[in-house]
Design a protein around this ligand. Structure first.
Ligand code: PMV
Length: 319
């Protein structure tokens, strides 16, 4: 759908944001354990604000039209936009917000948080006001609450970070500098994940089987500490082993599924040092640690041939 509006061209402003990946700690992080996540700049979002005549309009792949009539799925972003306009004293009129995203939605790659951050940044730029990361995060988190229910906050923090982060709820974030280069492949099952359902499922398990649930979440927490050490000291062999351990725990609480397991086991069979789901699970994406750069390229090709919907080889470097 495209939206034709009379644009007053001299007033446009752009905001961008990249994607993110959770390396380890998903789900456990919602319940107070640490997690490690990585900015993923290969895909991202651009938001462009233009002055038009009339009300406030959105133009995105989900919906194009007056913001007031936006579908329910966009409720969160609509709230973020309204709050941002209010904060910046921008009148609720004569605006078109165009959102272009290369991040597949519902795949655990932080698409909703990237959209929110890009849009907030574009509105600040439009009003010619400087912004701090904290301001952007606060406004973006309004939408995240709609998307996730009780978000840990890790998505938005990673998207606004230049390097991998160590994150634990209500604690200051810590930045991680990898010791050496790590080559990964991210592969998309093609199945949409619903973060909220997966998060609610784990919360449900805590109620019905608290011993099992807390035991698993604590074990994921321990693995996360060891993953940090592997990134900073012990290296890729240990890291691979730990990613497999984390996957075992995630499977045991039911957040993996056939589509993920199929790609994960295939990647291991093809020489990945470790592989696990990334994000909420129940579809979405997996992440595999390759042996080196050439192996990452080969593994990407093989995963694609094996039916992965999309693949992204990428490096985490000591920079
Ligand atoms: O939005 P996703 O699919 O990357 O999942 C976020 C990770 C969870 O730990 C499952 C939820 C959260 O808020 O941290």
């Amino acid at each position: 759908m495209s939206l034709e509006k009379v644009t007053i061209p001299e007033k446009t402003a752009t905001g961008v944001a990249h994607s993110k990946l959770i390396l380890v700690g998903e789900h456990a992080v919602v319940h107070g354990q640490p997690a490690i996540s990585i900015p993923f700049p290969l895909i991202g979002v651009e938001s462009v604000v233009e002055r038009v005549q009339g009300g406030v309009y959105l133009d995105s792949s989900f919906y194009a039209g007056p913001m007031e009539s936006a579908p329910k799925i966009l409720t969160g972003i609509v709230h973020t936009i309204k709050q941002t306009l209010k904060l910046l004293h921008i009148p609720y009129e004569n605006l078109l917000i165009r959102i272009h995203s290369s991040i597949p939605p519902g795949k655990g790659l932080g698409s909703s948080a990237s959209v929110e951050i890009a849009v907030v940044k574009s509105l600040f730029t439009f009003s010619e006001k400087p912004y701090t990361n904290e301001q952007v995060l606060q406004l973006a988190n309004i939408s995240e609450t709609y998307a996730h229910g009780a978000p840990s906050g890790i998505d938005s923090l990673t998207i606004t970070s230049p390097s991998p982060i160590w994150y634990r709820k209500e604690q200051p974030i810590d930045y991680i500098t990898p010791n050496g280069d790590f080559y990964f492949v991210v592969a998309d099952t093609g199945r949409k994940a619903d973060t909220r359902t997966a998060v609610d499922m784990v919360t449900g398990l805590i109620k019905t089987a608290p011993k099992k649930a807390y035991g698993t979440l604590e074990r994921i927490g321990e693995i996360t500490y060891q993953v940090r050490e592997a990134l900073e000291k012990s290296g890729k062999q240990v890291l691979g082993f730990l990613l497999n351990e984390a996957q075992k725990e995630l499977e045991s609480i039911g957040v993996s599924d056939k589509s993920l397991n199929r790609l994960i086991y295939f990647a291991r069979q093809e020489g990945a040092l470790g592989a696990k789901l990334t994000g909420a699970g129940h579809g979405g994406c997996m992440i595999a640690l390759a042996q080196n750069e050439a192996h990452a390229m080969l593994l990407s090709e093989k995963l694609k041939q094996f039916g992965a919907h999309d693949v992204w080889p990428f490096a985490l470097k000591n920079e």
